[in-house]
Ligand binder design. Structure first.
Ligand code: DON
Length: 306
């Protein structure tokens, strides 16, 4: 097996000199202030080791990557009944698209596009006030990573709440079809806050390790069954990069989920999880250098699942 630390260092050095870094998301004003020259990468191996390079200790907004954690939590709560309200197919559309909802009776294509994640947030509200549901999500992520220091960036949540008109439209649209149990603003409150969870690459890789280790978390706890970990990973592969999912599978070949903060969480079954962060995005809203870095890592380490 190639020297993994050496490979990570080499990738970080290569990314540091890239000039075409994509564009930082600016539709959430608070995200627009992030330095586009940052790059970090971390791997959490199932044997317990964590290796990293570059700005792997810098905290960033995980945004849509949080949808992996809320989906896991929701499946634990409502089980496969969730699939009556949200599908399991790639959408082929941008993450914030509304067009499919009308002709598909407001059942979002998958839990990773915004509409699907808002439905998932709605299920997490059952029996709870928004504040309690948000607290439960945060504690779950802390438990997965075995790290109590992980927090929500309330400035980012407020910034998104003030400007998230498309998400408001998606939630209201689904409510009109009866696919939200709670008031749209309550589901959105939960959604905006879990998207604003802030982590560094090492924490994120640790939080995602359960996917690679047959459902066992960084702290050694059995979080989900091996089968559920496999199925969540399958959804990450098919839907984790929105309308860029096919290209990501083609170039990288590992299940992964992106966020507009520039992070990507990937899982290599039986080997470990990898978190990468570079704030500049490509046209589909996925980290440009993050994808390039994972492409190289998967190739050199022979980590493609195909
Ligand atoms: O709802 C939004 O637009 C953001 N909170 C999350 C979007 C996101 O991360 C899309 N990923 N690439």
């Amino acid at each position: 097996m190639p020297d993994l630390q050496g490979v990570l260092d080499e990738i970080a050095a290569e990314m540091a000199v890239q000039t075409d870094r994509g564009a930082v998301a600016d539709y959430i004003p608070e995200l627009a202030t992030v330095d586009p020259n940052r790059f970090g990468i971390a791997v959490a191996l199932v044997d317990g080791r964590v290796l990293s390079a570059g700005d792997a200790q810098d905290i960033f907004s995980i945004q849509s990557i949080s949808k992996v954690f809320t989906l896991t939590l929701a499946l634990g709560k409502v089980g496969d009944g969730l699939w009556r309200r949200v599908g399991r197919e790639p959408s082929g559309n941008p993450f914030n698209s509304i067009v499919q909802l009308e002709y598909e009776a407001a059942v979002p294509r998958n839990p990773f596009i915004n509409a699907g994640a808002i439905v998932v947030a709605d299920t997490l509200l059952a029996g709870y006030q928004p504040r309690e549901a948000i607290g439960e999500i945060l504690r779950f992520v802390q438990f997965l990573a075995d790290d109590d220091s992980i927090v929500i960036d309330h400035m980012v949540a407020a910034s998104e709440r003030a400007t998230g008109f498309r998400n408001v439209a998606l939630a209201n649209y689904m409510k009109s079809f009866g696919n939200l149990d709670h008031a749209p603003e309550l589901a959105l409150g939960v959604y905006f806050h879990h998207c604003a969870i802030a982590m560094n690459c090492c924490q994120l890789a640790l939080a995602g390790r359960f996917l690679a280790d047959r459902g066992r978390s960084a702290g050694g706890h059995s979080v989900v069954s091996a089968e559920r970990a496999r199925r969540i990973s399958a959804l990450m592969l098919t839907c984790g990069h929105y309308d860029g999912s096919g290209d990501f599978a083609f170039r990288v070949g590992i299940p992964a989920k992106s966020g507009v903060g520039g992070g990507i969480l990937g899982t290599v079954p039986g080997v470990g999880s990898v978190a990468v962060w570079s704030p500049g995005l490509n046209r589909q809203g996925n980290s440009q250098l993050g994808m390039l870095a994972l492409e190289k890592l998967a190739r050199v380490m022979n980590w493609s699942v195909f």
